[in-house]
Write a protein that binds this ligand. Sequence first.
Ligand code: PLP
Ligand SMILES: N[C@@H](CCOP(=O)(O)O)C(=O)O
Length: 431
Amino acid sequence: MNYYSLHKQSPIASFKEATILGQAPDKGLYFPETIPQVDKELISNIENISNEEIAFRVIKPYVGNEIKEDDLFRIVSETVNFPIPLVLVTENISSLELFHGPTLAFKDVGARFMSRCLGEFVKGAGKKVTVLVATSGDTGGAVANGFFDVDGVDVVILYPSGKVSSVQEKQLTTLGKNIHALEVNGTFDDCQQMVKQAFTDAELNKQLFLTSANSINVARWLPQQFYYFFAYKQWKQKEQAPVIAVPSGNFGNICAGILAHMSGLPVQHFIAACNANNVVPNYMQSQQYQPKAAVATISNAMDVGNPSNFVRILELFHQQFPQLKEKFSSVSITDEATKQTMKRVFDATGYTLDPHGAVGYLALEEYLQQHSLLKGMFLETAHPVKFYDVVEPVLNETVPLPESVKDIIDLPKQSTKINATFEALKDFLKQ
Ligand SMILES: Cc1ncc(COP(=O)(O)O)c(C=O)c1O
Ligand SMILES: N[C@@H](CCOP(=O)(O)O)C(=O)O
Protein backbone atom coordinates (compact mmCIF):
# COMPACT_ATOMS: atom_id res chain seq x y z
CA MET A 1 0.00 0.00 0.00
CA ASN A 2 1.18 3.50 -0.77
CA TYR A 3 0.22 6.60 1.14
CA TYR A 4 -0.24 10.15 -0.11
CA SER A 5 -0.12 13.34 1.87
CA LEU A 6 -3.44 15.11 2.31
CA HIS A 7 -1.61 18.33 1.40
CA LYS A 8 -0.65 16.65 -1.89
CA GLN A 9 2.79 18.33 -1.99
CA SER A 10 4.94 15.36 -0.90
CA PRO A 11 6.07 12.23 -2.68
CA ILE A 12 4.07 9.03 -2.21
CA ALA A 13 5.32 6.96 0.74
CA SER A 14 5.33 3.23 1.51
CA PHE A 15 4.02 1.96 4.88
CA LYS A 16 7.59 1.84 6.16
CA GLU A 17 8.36 5.38 5.01
CA ALA A 18 5.09 6.76 6.37
CA THR A 19 5.73 5.05 9.74
CA ILE A 20 9.24 6.38 9.99
CA LEU A 21 8.31 9.91 8.92
CA GLY A 22 5.08 10.12 10.93
CA GLN A 23 3.96 13.27 9.18
CA ALA A 24 4.56 14.02 5.47
CA PRO A 25 7.23 16.63 4.67
CA ASP A 26 4.54 19.09 3.49
CA LYS A 27 2.97 18.79 7.00
CA GLY A 28 0.03 16.77 5.66
CA LEU A 29 -1.29 13.54 7.16
CA TYR A 30 -0.64 10.35 5.22
CA PHE A 31 -3.68 8.61 3.75
CA PRO A 32 -3.91 5.20 2.00
CA GLU A 33 -4.14 5.36 -1.80
CA THR A 34 -6.95 2.80 -1.84
CA ILE A 35 -9.32 1.39 0.74
CA PRO A 36 -8.86 -2.37 0.74
CA GLN A 37 -12.02 -4.48 1.00
CA VAL A 38 -12.05 -7.33 3.52
CA ASP A 39 -13.18 -10.76 2.26
CA LYS A 40 -16.94 -11.22 2.58
CA GLU A 41 -16.16 -14.47 4.40
CA LEU A 42 -14.33 -12.53 7.14
CA ILE A 43 -17.61 -10.82 7.95
CA SER A 44 -20.00 -13.74 7.45
CA ASN A 45 -17.83 -16.16 9.45
CA ILE A 46 -16.34 -13.66 11.91
CA GLU A 47 -17.55 -15.45 15.04
CA ASN A 48 -15.30 -18.39 14.16
CA ILE A 49 -12.15 -16.40 13.46
CA SER A 50 -9.59 -15.59 16.17
CA ASN A 51 -8.86 -11.95 17.02
CA GLU A 52 -5.25 -12.43 15.90
CA GLU A 53 -6.34 -13.64 12.48
CA ILE A 54 -8.93 -10.86 12.11
CA ALA A 55 -6.30 -8.25 12.97
CA PHE A 56 -3.78 -9.82 10.59
CA ARG A 57 -6.25 -9.94 7.70
CA VAL A 58 -7.38 -6.34 8.29
CA ILE A 59 -3.90 -4.82 8.51
CA LYS A 60 -2.02 -6.94 5.93
CA PRO A 61 -3.03 -4.86 2.85
CA TYR A 62 -1.91 -1.66 4.60
CA VAL A 63 1.51 -3.10 5.44
CA GLY A 64 2.04 -4.96 2.16
CA ASN A 65 5.29 -6.89 2.05
CA GLU A 66 7.26 -4.48 4.19
CA ILE A 67 7.06 -6.76 7.20
CA LYS A 68 7.39 -10.51 6.71
CA GLU A 69 4.07 -12.35 7.19
CA ASP A 70 5.31 -14.35 10.20
CA ASP A 71 6.60 -11.20 11.89
CA LEU A 72 3.39 -9.31 11.15
CA PHE A 73 1.33 -12.14 12.62
CA ARG A 74 3.49 -12.07 15.76
CA ILE A 75 3.15 -8.28 15.99
CA VAL A 76 -0.65 -8.33 15.77
CA SER A 77 -0.84 -11.27 18.19
CA GLU A 78 1.20 -9.33 20.76
CA THR A 79 -0.87 -6.21 20.06
CA VAL A 80 -4.25 -7.77 20.86
CA ASN A 81 -3.29 -10.21 23.60
CA PHE A 82 -5.80 -8.87 26.15
CA PRO A 83 -9.60 -9.12 26.34
CA ILE A 84 -11.79 -6.60 24.47
CA PRO A 85 -15.28 -7.62 25.61
CA LEU A 86 -18.62 -6.25 24.41
CA VAL A 87 -20.76 -5.97 27.55
CA LEU A 88 -24.53 -5.50 27.59
CA VAL A 89 -25.41 -2.50 29.79
CA THR A 90 -29.11 -2.06 28.95
CA GLU A 91 -31.44 -3.84 26.54
CA ASN A 92 -30.26 -1.77 23.57
CA ILE A 93 -26.89 -0.35 24.67
CA SER A 94 -23.62 -2.29 24.91
CA SER A 95 -20.18 -1.15 26.01
CA LEU A 96 -17.06 -2.13 24.05
CA GLU A 97 -14.53 -2.21 26.87
CA LEU A 98 -11.21 -1.05 25.48
CA PHE A 99 -9.51 -0.66 28.85
CA HIS A 100 -8.12 -4.11 29.59
CA GLY A 101 -4.66 -3.40 28.18
CA PRO A 102 -1.55 -2.46 30.20
CA THR A 103 -2.33 1.27 30.55
CA LEU A 104 -6.09 0.84 30.83
CA ALA A 105 -7.05 2.80 27.71
CA PHE A 106 -7.81 2.10 24.04
CA LYS A 107 -4.48 3.64 23.07
CA ASP A 108 -2.71 0.44 24.03
CA VAL A 109 -3.74 -1.22 20.76
CA GLY A 110 -2.24 1.44 18.47
CA ALA A 111 0.81 2.04 20.65
CA ARG A 112 1.73 -1.66 20.89
CA PHE A 113 1.35 -2.14 17.15
CA MET A 114 3.32 0.95 16.24
CA SER A 115 6.17 0.32 18.67
CA ARG A 116 6.67 -3.16 17.22
CA CYS A 117 6.50 -2.00 13.58
CA LEU A 118 8.98 0.79 14.26
CA GLY A 119 11.20 -1.72 16.07
CA GLU A 120 11.25 -3.85 12.88
CA PHE A 121 12.00 -0.84 10.68
CA VAL A 122 14.84 0.62 12.70
CA LYS A 123 16.51 -2.72 13.47
CA GLY A 124 20.13 -2.35 12.50
CA ALA A 125 19.68 1.28 11.36
CA GLY A 126 22.49 2.26 13.73
CA LYS A 127 20.79 5.54 14.60
CA LYS A 128 18.71 6.40 17.65
CA VAL A 129 15.06 7.27 16.95
CA THR A 130 13.33 9.99 18.95
CA VAL A 131 9.59 9.40 19.20
CA LEU A 132 7.66 12.59 19.87
CA VAL A 133 4.16 12.42 21.26
CA ALA A 134 1.62 15.01 22.36
CA THR A 135 -0.95 13.79 24.84
CA SER A 136 -4.11 14.99 26.50
CA GLY A 137 -3.83 12.06 28.87
CA ASP A 138 -3.82 8.53 27.48
CA THR A 139 -1.65 8.41 24.37
CA GLY A 140 1.43 9.37 26.38
CA GLY A 141 1.01 6.56 28.92
CA ALA A 142 0.36 3.95 26.25
CA VAL A 143 3.32 5.05 24.13
CA ALA A 144 5.59 5.19 27.20
CA ASN A 145 4.56 1.66 28.11
CA GLY A 146 4.92 0.41 24.52
CA PHE A 147 8.43 1.85 24.06
CA PHE A 148 9.80 1.55 27.62
CA ASP A 149 13.40 0.32 27.64
CA VAL A 150 13.33 -0.36 23.89
CA ASP A 151 16.88 -0.19 22.59
CA GLY A 152 17.61 2.65 20.20
CA VAL A 153 14.42 4.58 20.94
CA ASP A 154 13.98 7.72 23.02
CA VAL A 155 10.44 8.90 23.78
CA VAL A 156 9.58 12.53 24.50
CA ILE A 157 6.04 13.09 25.76
CA LEU A 158 4.49 16.57 25.84
CA TYR A 159 1.47 16.98 28.11
CA PRO A 160 -0.50 20.02 29.24
CA SER A 161 0.37 20.90 32.83
CA GLY A 162 -2.51 20.44 35.28
CA LYS A 163 -4.83 19.11 32.56
CA VAL A 164 -4.39 15.34 32.85
CA SER A 165 -5.70 13.10 35.64
CA SER A 166 -3.39 12.11 38.50
CA VAL A 167 -3.24 8.46 37.35
CA GLN A 168 -2.51 9.51 33.75
CA GLU A 169 0.27 11.81 34.97
CA LYS A 170 1.87 8.99 36.96
CA GLN A 171 1.75 6.72 33.90
CA LEU A 172 3.57 9.39 31.88
CA THR A 173 6.15 10.52 34.33
CA THR A 174 7.34 7.65 36.49
CA LEU A 175 9.02 5.24 34.09
CA GLY A 176 12.34 7.03 33.57
CA LYS A 177 15.08 5.43 31.43
CA ASN A 178 14.31 6.26 27.75
CA ILE A 179 10.97 7.98 28.55
CA HIS A 180 11.09 11.78 29.05
CA ALA A 181 8.04 13.80 30.05
CA LEU A 182 7.70 17.49 29.25
CA GLU A 183 5.07 19.32 31.29
CA VAL A 184 3.94 22.11 29.00
CA ASN A 185 2.48 25.32 30.27
CA GLY A 186 -0.38 25.27 27.75
CA THR A 187 -3.06 23.08 26.19
CA PHE A 188 -2.98 19.78 24.30
CA ASP A 189 -3.31 21.73 21.04
CA ASP A 190 -0.15 23.67 21.93
CA CYS A 191 1.66 20.37 22.53
CA GLN A 192 0.40 18.95 19.23
CA GLN A 193 1.44 22.09 17.37
CA MET A 194 4.95 22.04 18.90
CA VAL A 195 5.40 18.41 17.89
CA LYS A 196 4.18 19.02 14.33
CA GLN A 197 6.57 21.96 14.00
CA ALA A 198 9.49 19.82 15.14
CA PHE A 199 9.03 17.54 12.12
CA THR A 200 9.53 20.46 9.75
CA ASP A 201 12.55 22.05 11.45
CA ALA A 202 15.59 21.44 9.23
CA GLU A 203 18.17 21.86 12.00
CA LEU A 204 16.47 19.40 14.35
CA ASN A 205 15.90 16.86 11.62
CA LYS A 206 19.57 16.98 10.67
CA GLN A 207 20.55 16.22 14.23
CA LEU A 208 17.82 13.75 15.22
CA PHE A 209 15.80 10.96 13.64
CA LEU A 210 12.31 12.11 14.70
CA THR A 211 8.96 10.37 14.37
CA SER A 212 5.48 10.72 15.80
CA ALA A 213 3.51 8.25 17.93
CA ASN A 214 0.28 10.20 17.72
CA SER A 215 -2.52 9.01 15.47
CA ILE A 216 -1.08 11.22 12.72
CA ASN A 217 1.26 8.23 12.26
CA VAL A 218 -0.47 5.59 10.13
CA ALA A 219 1.05 2.79 12.23
CA ARG A 220 -0.74 4.23 15.31
CA TRP A 221 -3.97 5.09 13.53
CA LEU A 222 -4.70 2.05 11.31
CA PRO A 223 -4.64 -0.73 13.98
CA GLN A 224 -7.42 1.12 15.79
CA GLN A 225 -9.70 -0.56 13.22
CA PHE A 226 -9.17 -3.95 14.89
CA TYR A 227 -11.53 -3.56 17.79
CA TYR A 228 -14.44 -2.47 15.58
CA PHE A 229 -14.18 -5.90 13.95
CA PHE A 230 -13.89 -7.59 17.37
CA ALA A 231 -17.04 -5.71 18.43
CA TYR A 232 -18.96 -6.97 15.41
CA LYS A 233 -17.75 -10.49 16.14
CA GLN A 234 -19.52 -10.25 19.51
CA TRP A 235 -22.60 -8.39 18.18
CA LYS A 236 -25.58 -10.71 18.59
CA GLN A 237 -28.12 -9.12 16.19
CA LYS A 238 -26.18 -9.62 12.96
CA GLU A 239 -29.37 -8.92 10.94
CA GLN A 240 -29.13 -5.28 12.03
CA ALA A 241 -25.81 -3.44 12.12
CA PRO A 242 -24.96 -1.46 15.28
CA VAL A 243 -24.95 2.28 15.81
CA ILE A 244 -21.51 3.11 17.28
CA ALA A 245 -20.84 6.10 19.53
CA VAL A 246 -17.18 7.01 19.94
CA PRO A 247 -15.96 9.46 22.60
CA SER A 248 -13.90 11.77 20.40
CA GLY A 249 -11.10 14.31 20.81
CA ASN A 250 -8.44 14.07 18.11
CA PHE A 251 -10.83 11.90 16.02
CA GLY A 252 -8.29 9.15 15.24
CA ASN A 253 -10.41 6.45 16.84
CA ILE A 254 -13.69 7.18 15.05
CA CYS A 255 -11.81 7.77 11.82
CA ALA A 256 -10.37 4.23 12.08
CA GLY A 257 -13.91 2.92 12.69
CA ILE A 258 -15.20 4.64 9.56
CA LEU A 259 -12.28 3.22 7.59
CA ALA A 260 -13.19 -0.28 8.88
CA HIS A 261 -16.78 0.31 7.75
CA MET A 262 -15.68 1.44 4.31
CA SER A 263 -13.61 -1.75 4.08
CA GLY A 264 -16.75 -3.83 4.55
CA LEU A 265 -17.63 -3.84 8.26
CA PRO A 266 -21.39 -3.40 8.81
CA VAL A 267 -22.16 -0.26 10.88
CA GLN A 268 -25.49 1.58 10.83
CA HIS A 269 -24.24 4.99 11.90
CA PHE A 270 -21.30 6.63 13.71
CA ILE A 271 -21.72 9.24 16.43
CA ALA A 272 -18.71 11.32 17.44
CA ALA A 273 -19.46 12.08 21.08
CA CYS A 274 -17.63 15.24 22.19
CA ASN A 275 -17.43 17.16 25.42
CA ALA A 276 -17.62 20.98 25.47
CA ASN A 277 -14.89 21.03 22.80
CA ASN A 278 -17.40 21.23 20.00
CA VAL A 279 -15.52 22.12 16.81
CA VAL A 280 -16.86 19.09 14.94
CA PRO A 281 -20.47 19.25 16.24
CA ASN A 282 -20.43 22.90 15.10
CA TYR A 283 -19.04 21.88 11.71
CA MET A 284 -21.90 19.42 11.25
CA GLN A 285 -24.35 22.30 11.83
CA SER A 286 -22.60 25.01 9.82
CA GLN A 287 -20.14 23.24 7.47
CA GLN A 288 -17.58 25.75 8.77
CA TYR A 289 -14.50 24.18 10.36
CA GLN A 290 -13.36 26.64 13.00
CA PRO A 291 -10.71 25.37 15.41
CA LYS A 292 -10.75 27.09 18.79
CA ALA A 293 -8.87 27.04 22.06
CA ALA A 294 -9.61 23.86 24.00
CA VAL A 295 -11.57 24.18 27.24
CA ALA A 296 -10.86 21.96 30.23
CA THR A 297 -13.51 19.33 31.05
CA ILE A 298 -13.87 16.24 33.24
CA SER A 299 -13.30 14.06 30.13
CA ASN A 300 -9.86 15.66 29.77
CA ALA A 301 -8.42 13.29 27.15
CA MET A 302 -10.96 14.75 24.70
CA ASP A 303 -10.02 18.37 25.36
CA VAL A 304 -8.91 19.09 21.81
CA GLY A 305 -9.70 22.32 19.96
CA ASN A 306 -8.22 21.41 16.58
CA PRO A 307 -8.61 17.68 15.99
CA SER A 308 -5.90 16.33 13.66
CA ASN A 309 -7.88 13.54 12.08
CA PHE A 310 -11.01 15.34 10.98
CA VAL A 311 -9.32 15.97 7.62
CA ARG A 312 -8.97 12.21 7.21
CA ILE A 313 -12.71 11.78 7.84
CA LEU A 314 -13.51 14.38 5.18
CA GLU A 315 -11.18 12.55 2.78
CA LEU A 316 -12.91 9.23 3.48
CA PHE A 317 -16.17 10.85 2.35
CA HIS A 318 -14.44 12.53 -0.64
CA GLN A 319 -15.26 15.95 0.89
CA GLN A 320 -18.97 15.29 0.21
CA PHE A 321 -21.07 16.65 3.07
CA PRO A 322 -24.36 14.85 2.17
CA GLN A 323 -22.61 11.44 2.28
CA LEU A 324 -20.82 12.37 5.51
CA LYS A 325 -24.06 13.46 7.15
CA GLU A 326 -25.81 10.22 6.28
CA LYS A 327 -23.29 8.05 8.13
CA PHE A 328 -21.88 10.40 10.73
CA SER A 329 -23.19 12.80 13.31
CA SER A 330 -21.59 14.58 16.23
CA VAL A 331 -22.89 15.98 19.51
CA SER A 332 -21.46 17.96 22.38
CA ILE A 333 -22.23 16.85 25.95
CA THR A 334 -21.74 19.08 29.02
CA ASP A 335 -19.83 18.06 32.13
CA GLU A 336 -23.05 18.28 34.14
CA ALA A 337 -24.85 15.87 31.78
CA THR A 338 -21.78 13.58 31.85
CA LYS A 339 -21.89 13.37 35.66
CA GLN A 340 -25.66 12.81 35.70
CA THR A 341 -25.24 9.99 33.16
CA MET A 342 -22.51 8.32 35.23
CA LYS A 343 -24.74 8.43 38.33
CA ARG A 344 -27.98 7.39 36.57
CA VAL A 345 -26.38 4.44 34.75
CA PHE A 346 -24.61 3.26 37.91
CA ASP A 347 -27.80 3.45 39.99
CA ALA A 348 -29.91 1.71 37.33
CA THR A 349 -27.50 -0.98 36.14
CA GLY A 350 -24.46 -1.09 38.46
CA TYR A 351 -22.20 -0.28 35.47
CA THR A 352 -19.37 2.19 36.17
CA LEU A 353 -18.71 4.59 33.32
CA ASP A 354 -15.61 6.70 33.09
CA PRO A 355 -16.30 10.32 32.07
CA HIS A 356 -15.30 9.67 28.41
CA GLY A 357 -17.46 6.57 28.16
CA ALA A 358 -20.32 8.49 29.77
CA VAL A 359 -20.15 11.10 26.99
CA GLY A 360 -20.39 8.23 24.48
CA TYR A 361 -23.22 6.54 26.39
CA LEU A 362 -25.37 9.67 26.52
CA ALA A 363 -24.79 10.53 22.87
CA LEU A 364 -25.85 7.00 21.91
CA GLU A 365 -28.87 6.98 24.23
CA GLU A 366 -30.14 10.26 22.75
CA TYR A 367 -29.65 8.96 19.20
CA LEU A 368 -31.51 5.71 19.95
CA GLN A 369 -34.41 7.70 21.43
CA GLN A 370 -34.81 9.26 17.96
CA HIS A 371 -34.28 5.91 16.17
CA SER A 372 -36.15 3.49 18.39
CA LEU A 373 -35.75 0.40 16.18
CA LEU A 374 -31.97 0.47 16.40
CA LYS A 375 -29.46 -0.80 18.95
CA GLY A 376 -25.90 0.25 19.50
CA MET A 377 -22.66 0.28 21.40
CA PHE A 378 -20.44 2.99 22.82
CA LEU A 379 -16.68 2.64 23.16
CA GLU A 380 -15.60 2.62 26.81
CA THR A 381 -12.22 4.15 26.00
CA ALA A 382 -10.57 4.13 29.44
CA HIS A 383 -10.92 2.42 32.81
CA PRO A 384 -12.87 4.51 35.36
CA VAL A 385 -9.96 4.23 37.80
CA LYS A 386 -7.92 6.55 35.59
CA PHE A 387 -10.36 9.27 36.62
CA TYR A 388 -11.14 8.11 40.15
CA ASP A 389 -10.96 11.70 41.40
CA VAL A 390 -13.98 12.51 39.17
CA VAL A 391 -15.82 9.17 39.36
CA GLU A 392 -15.76 8.51 43.12
CA PRO A 393 -17.52 11.72 44.28
CA VAL A 394 -20.14 11.35 41.53
CA LEU A 395 -21.00 7.72 42.35
CA ASN A 396 -20.25 7.99 46.03
CA GLU A 397 -18.35 4.71 45.64
CA THR A 398 -14.69 3.74 45.74
CA VAL A 399 -13.14 2.48 42.52
CA PRO A 400 -10.66 -0.26 43.51
CA LEU A 401 -7.11 0.36 42.24
CA PRO A 402 -5.78 -2.36 39.92
CA GLU A 403 -2.24 -3.64 40.65
CA SER A 404 -0.76 -1.70 37.70
CA VAL A 405 -1.97 1.57 39.25
CA LYS A 406 -1.00 0.63 42.82
CA ASP A 407 2.54 0.07 41.56
CA ILE A 408 2.93 3.66 40.29
CA ILE A 409 0.64 5.83 42.38
CA ASP A 410 3.27 6.66 45.02
CA LEU A 411 6.25 6.92 42.70
CA PRO A 412 7.74 10.41 42.29
CA LYS A 413 6.89 12.27 39.12
CA GLN A 414 9.88 13.00 36.83
CA SER A 415 9.08 15.76 34.37
CA THR A 416 10.62 18.89 32.91
CA LYS A 417 8.46 22.03 32.85
CA ILE A 418 8.63 24.02 29.62
CA ASN A 419 6.77 26.91 28.03
CA ALA A 420 4.37 26.26 25.17
CA THR A 421 6.78 27.40 22.47
CA PHE A 422 8.54 25.48 19.76
CA GLU A 423 11.86 27.04 20.86
CA ALA A 424 11.47 25.49 24.32
CA LEU A 425 10.94 22.06 22.77
CA LYS A 426 13.83 22.55 20.38
CA ASP A 427 16.17 23.52 23.20
CA PHE A 428 15.20 20.40 25.10
CA LEU A 429 15.67 18.13 22.09
CA LYS A 430 19.05 19.64 21.19
CA GLN A 431 20.39 18.74 24.61
C1 PLP B 1 -10.21 7.95 27.27
C2 PLP B 1 -10.22 8.61 25.94
N1 PLP B 1 -11.38 8.73 25.29
C3 PLP B 1 -11.46 9.33 24.10
C4 PLP B 1 -10.35 9.87 23.50
C5 PLP B 1 -10.48 10.53 22.16
O1 PLP B 1 -9.96 9.71 21.16
P1 PLP B 1 -9.53 10.32 19.77
O2 PLP B 1 -8.46 11.31 20.06
O3 PLP B 1 -9.05 9.18 18.96
O4 PLP B 1 -10.76 10.97 19.22
C6 PLP B 1 -9.12 9.79 24.15
C7 PLP B 1 -7.88 10.35 23.57
O5 PLP B 1 -7.35 9.87 22.70
C8 PLP B 1 -9.05 9.11 25.37
O6 PLP B 1 -7.89 8.95 26.00
N1 LIG C 1 -6.73 12.00 23.52
C1 LIG C 1 -5.40 11.77 23.14
C2 LIG C 1 -4.88 12.90 22.30
C3 LIG C 1 -3.91 12.43 21.27
O1 LIG C 1 -4.57 11.57 20.41
P1 LIG C 1 -3.88 10.71 19.28
O2 LIG C 1 -4.77 9.54 19.11
O3 LIG C 1 -3.82 11.56 18.09
O4 LIG C 1 -2.52 10.31 19.71
C4 LIG C 1 -4.56 11.47 24.37
O5 LIG C 1 -5.09 10.85 25.28
O6 LIG C 1 -3.40 11.79 24.45
